[in-house]
Design a protein around this ligand. Sequence first.
Ligand SMILES: O=P(O)(O)OC[C@H]1O[C@](O)(CO)[C@@H](O)[C@H]1O
Length: 296
Amino acid sequence: MIVTVTPNTALDVTYTVDGLRPGDVHRARTVRHRAGGKGVNVARVLHTIGADVRAIFTAGGPTGTAVVGELAAAGIPAGVVPIGGETRRTTTVLADDGSVTLLNEPGPRLTDDEWQALATAVRARKPDVLVCSGSLPPGAGGYAGLLGDAPSILDTSGEALLAGLAGRPSVVKPNADELREVTGLSDPVAAAKELRRVGAGAVVVSLGPEGLLAVTGSGTWHAAPSTVLRGNTTGAGDAVVAALALGLSRAESWPDILRRAVALSGAAVLGPLAGDVDLAHYQAEQGLVAVRARPD
Ligand SMILES: O=P(O)(O)OC[C@H]1O[C@](O)(CO)[C@@H](O)[C@H]1O
């Protein structure tokens, strides 16, 4: 079983507006609420494509109750770790010019006991693949303490990413900006090699519309989509992580993993909310993704 862990769960609120103008009043055309946080989205994508997955996450207060209820209604297997604080909201604003604007709250402070309960819940599941995703709320222990012997994926940024490398994750998945921020290097291949040197087994870098770069122990590849898509990019990275987790659980080759990851990422851009995927695009695109080996 693939287990995802989300220490900083969120109720994602997505607005659509005609345009976004700082300092102005905006009348939202639509508003939708959806259980989120990166690991929750990864689990939703995996559940949609038929994988055996369980989402372990913190939940507290009325927003936590809403998250738990929404995931139960969607039939996504869950392991809920109750917390005293209130689960945060994140806000996504989709404007008609195609821009996607995010406001992510820091999340409620976790106590030591709550963090230990999260760690215990993860270990009790004995995952075949463990996915650690998203920001850490105040008071959280580091991801390194959750990573065990099972193959693992770490998708976070900044200090949480750097500290998590001590747990020697099998794969980390920064985007190009996050990679530059933690290494200080602007060349993504050099930066990915640096993360491998300090603990990552492989580094998969999301390059937005240009696809994915994978720097691994068995080679370096670039995987490009067949077309540039317009849509909601929130959650596209989570779809990549879902594909990486499925690929690790099946011991697939890197080119096959990257084909699925690019296809699933595009399918997420076409989905209306983070965690949604367009299955027709996913199936059609897998055969169209161009994967090229690059010299190391
Ligand atoms: O933990 P953060 O880095 O703040 O990211 C959380 C947010 O990211 C998303 O997972 C999209 O990737 C949203 O669902 C939202 O909850």
